[in-house]
Design a protein around this ligand. Structure first.
Ligand code: SAH
Ligand code: SF4
Length: 344
C-alpha cells in the first residue's frame, strides 16, 4: 500500500492516528510542532520521539511529496519559481514573490486544469488530477523552510497557481485549515486569497462558510458570449449567475471582492467594454486588478500600456479602486502553468 503523505493529516487526524497506536496525546502536539514549527522534512529529525514511534511513523507515512526539479529566479531576484515532481511523476509549479515586507506564495491546487481558458498555459495542458491536501500544504512549507534561512516567513498565500481551487474544494480548505492552525504556521485567514474562475455554486458555498479568506474572481470580460469563448466553463452558467453569486458573497460576508481582469489586445480592452464592465458590477464592494495578459504563444497578446491606462482610468473615474498588476517575472515564465508546460 502506498504510504500517505504526513501533510495530508489535520491535527485531529494526527491525534486519531496516535490514539489508534495507543500513543499518549502529547505526542500528537510534539509531531505537529515538529512539522509546522521546526519544519522537519524527515522522520529522522524527530530526535525527541521514541524509536518505536518513529518507526511506526516511517512505516505509515511519507515526509516528502514534492521533489524540486527546477528553480528559476527573475532578474531582480524578487520572484522565484519552482517546478516540483510529484510521487507519480506529474509536475506542478509554485512561486514565491517578495514585495516590501511581504513574502507571498502562489500555490497550485491541481495538476493541469479542466476549465481550459484559452489564454492560460495550465488550461492548455488539460487536466490530470487534483492535488492532495499534503501536496498543497507542502508547497508552502518548501518556501517557509527556504525563508527560515534568511529569518523570514511566508506572510501571504494566493491560490493562483495551476488549477481551479473551487474544483478541488475540500482539499484546498483542509490545506488552509492546516496552514492556519495556531499550533503550527498560524497564518491568519486574511492572509489567504482564493482565486476562482467564478463557479456560482461554490462561491455561494464559500460565502456560507463565513471565513475571513479573501476572494478573487477572474472575470476578464463583461460580455457573456465573449466570456464563454475564452472561459469554456462559462457556457454552463451565465456571467449573470457569477455576479449574483458574488453579490450573495458580498451580502453574507461584507467583504470586498477582487475582480481579476486579464487585458487582451483587441479583445476586452476598449472603452465600451470598460463601460459595460461598470454596468455589470456597479454597487458591488470590489477592487479590480488589471493584468496585461502574459502571452503563451497562442496568438493572444497583451494590451498596450496606453490601453491599459485608459481602461484603468474609465474604471477609476467611476469610483472603482483599480490596480495594474505588472507582468512581474514574465521573463521567468511566472505566468500560470508556463514552466510546467515547458517541462512537458
Ligand atoms: N483557476 C483560478 C486560479 C488560477 S489562475 C482562476 O482562474 O482564477 C490565476 C490567475 O491567473 C487568474 O486570474 C487567471 O485568469 C490568470 N491567468 C492565467 N493565465 C494568464 C495569462 N496568460 N496572463 C495573465 N493572467 C493569466
Ligand atoms: Fe484553470 Fe484558472 Fe487557467 Fe482558467 S485561468 S485554465 S480556471 S487555472
Amino acid at each position: 500500500m502506498k504510504k500517505q503523505l504526513i501533510f495530508d493529516l489535520s491535527i485531529v487526524d494526527l491525534a486519531d492516528q496516535l490514539a489508534n497506536w495507543s500513543e499518549p496525546k502529547f505526542r500528537g502536539k510534539q509531531i505537529w510542532q515538529g512539522l509546522y514549527k521546526q519544519l522537519y522534512s524527515s522522520v529522522d529529525s524527530f530526535s525527541t520521539l521514541p524509536k518505536s514511534l518513529k518507526s511506526k511513523l516511517d512505516d505509515s507515512f511519507r515526509f516528502k511529496g514534492l521533489k524540486p526539479i527546477d528553480e528559476i529566479h527573475s532578474k531582480d531576484r524578487q520572484t522565484t519559481k519552482v517546478l516540483f515532481e510529484l510521487h507519480d511523476g506529474y509536475t506542478i509549479e509554485s512561486v514565491l514573490m517578495h514585495y516590501r515586507d511581504r513574502e507571498t506564495v502562489c500555490v497550485s491546487t491541481q495538476v493541469g486544469c479542466p476549465v481550459g481558458c484559452t489564454f492560460c498555459a495550465t488550461g492548455k495542458m488539460g487536466f490530470f488530477r487534483n492535488l492532495t491536501v499534503g501536496e498543497i500544504v507542502e508547497q508552502v512549507l518548501f518556501f517557509e523552510r527556504q525563508l527560515l534561512l534568511e529569518e523570514k516567513k511566508v506572510t501571504n498565500i494566493v491560490f493562483m497557481g495551476m488549477g481551479e481551487p473551487f474544483l478541488n474544494f475540500d482539499n484546498t480548505f483542509k490545506a488552509i485549515d492546516i496552514l492556519h492552525d495556531d499550533q503550527g504556521l498560524n497564518l491568519g485567514e486574511r492572509r489567504f486569497t482564493m482565486s476562482t474562475v467564478g463557479l456560482p455554486e461554490q462561491i455561494r458555498k464559500f460565502a456560507d462558510m463565513h471565513r475571513q479568506i479573501n476572494l478573487a474572481v477572474s472575470l476578464h470580460t463583461p460580455y457573456n458570449h465573449k466570456r464563454s469563448k475564452i472561459i469554456p466553463i462559462n457556457q454552463q452558467h451565465s456571467i449573470n449567475d457569477v455576479i449574483s453569486a458574488v453579490k450573495y458573497y458580498s451580502r453574507q460576508t461584507n467583504r470586498r471582492v477582487t475582480f481579476e481582469y486579464a487585458l487582451i489586445a483587441g479583445e476586452n480592452d476598449d472603452r465600451q467594454t470598460a463601460e459595460a464592465l461598470i454596468q455589470l458590477i456597479k454597487g458591488l464592494l470590489c477592487h479590480i486588478n488589471l493584468i496585461p495578459v502574459n502571452p503563451i504563444g497562442t496568438g493572444i497578446t497583451a494590451s498596450s500600456e496606453k490601453n491599459v491606462h485608459a481602461f484603468q482610468k474609465v474604471l477609476e473615474d467611476y469610483g472603482f479602486p483599480c490596480s495594474v498588476r505588472l507582468g512581474r517575472g514574465i521573463e521567468i515564465q511566472a505566468g500560470c502553468g508556463q514552466l510546467a508546460s515547458r517541462n512537458k
